[in-house]
Design a protein around this ligand. Structure first.
Ligand SMILES: C[S@@+](CC[C@H](N)C(=O)[O-])C[C@H]1O[C@@H](n2cnc3c(N)ncnc32)[C@H](O)[C@@H]1O
Length: 228
């Protein structure tokens, strides 16, 4: 019992240090999507507060005792709620959909898809703290039976069952992910991205909401070679 508490304190200390790193102290590799091109808006708040209720909720295995499998490719910045709502509207999410948010943060996109649209949702995040927070938020929202959060690297994840994919990453991550999206998703799958396009893959729609941009694509039957 005492050992567990010492272990938890050590993790919290390490976690606070690494979050300070993510916020920019001594960390030059990780980037903030709010300041990445083409976004020109000021930084939004970076969530660095471990959710105390979530910390008490024990999952199996306990994710708080696990370090991320590797460093995240982008720090956590949540999509504002009006932008989440616009992403779901643009993708026309319904109860028939399976929505994957790749880099799901606090789970807000898949939780909103479940709550507002009756969809099933899967959130993928490399950071176990985000997974724990998302599970707690799903419980609070009463949609735990419709959503699932998996601690995985989005570049290694099998998301082929998705009918809708949502993204808020970085421009270069979208481009790196593009061949996997085009090869593994069924034709007709909708993709929406907050803030960032997909390089040479022209979006079908681009919408502005509260000064933020949302891009929309549909996976084609035969993707051209230059996009793969
Ligand atoms: C900018 S946040 C977006 C959160 C959420 N999708 C939203 O829009 O509110 C990016 C998220 O991606 C996660 N992430 C970064 N690299 C990842 C990777 N390789 N695999 C899975 N998740 C990753 C981060 O931990 C962070 O929670």
């Amino acid at each position: 019992m005492q050992l567990k508490s010492i272990r938890r304190s050590m993790f919290m200390g390490i976690s606070m240090l690494s979050l300070a790193g993510l916020a920019g102290i001594g960390c030059t590799q990780l980037r903030n999507p709010e300041t990445a091109t083409p976004s020109s808006t000021p930084n939004s708040t970076i969530s660095s507060q471990p959710n105390s209720a979530a910390n008490q909720a024990q999952a199996t295995p306990d994710p708080i005792t696990e370090a991320p499998s590797r460093e995240p490719d982008v720090i956590y910045v949540p999509t504002p709620v009006p932008v989440v709502n616009e992403m779901l509207r643009l993708a026309n999410v319904t109860a028939d959909d399976i929505v994957y948010d790749l880099g799901s943060g606090d789970g807000r996109i898949v939780i909103a898809a479940a709550q507002q649209r009756g969809a099933r949702g899967i959130g993928i995040d490399i950071n176990p703290e985000r997974i724990q927070e998302a599970n707690q938020n799903a419980q609070t929202a009463g949609v735990s039976d419709q959503v699932e959060f998996r601690q995985q690297d989005l570049f290694q994840t099998d998301f082929s069952e998705a009918t809708v994919v949502t993204l808020y990453l970085l421009p270069e991550l979208n481009v790196k992910l593009r061949p996997k999206l085009l090869r593994e998703l069924q034709p007709g799958t909708r993709i929406v991205s907050h803030a960032f396009d997909m390089g040479d893959w022209e979006p079908e729609q681009v919408v502005e909401v509260d000064g933020k941009t949302v891009y929309y694509w549909v996976v084609p039957e035969n993707p051209p070679d230059n996009l793969l």
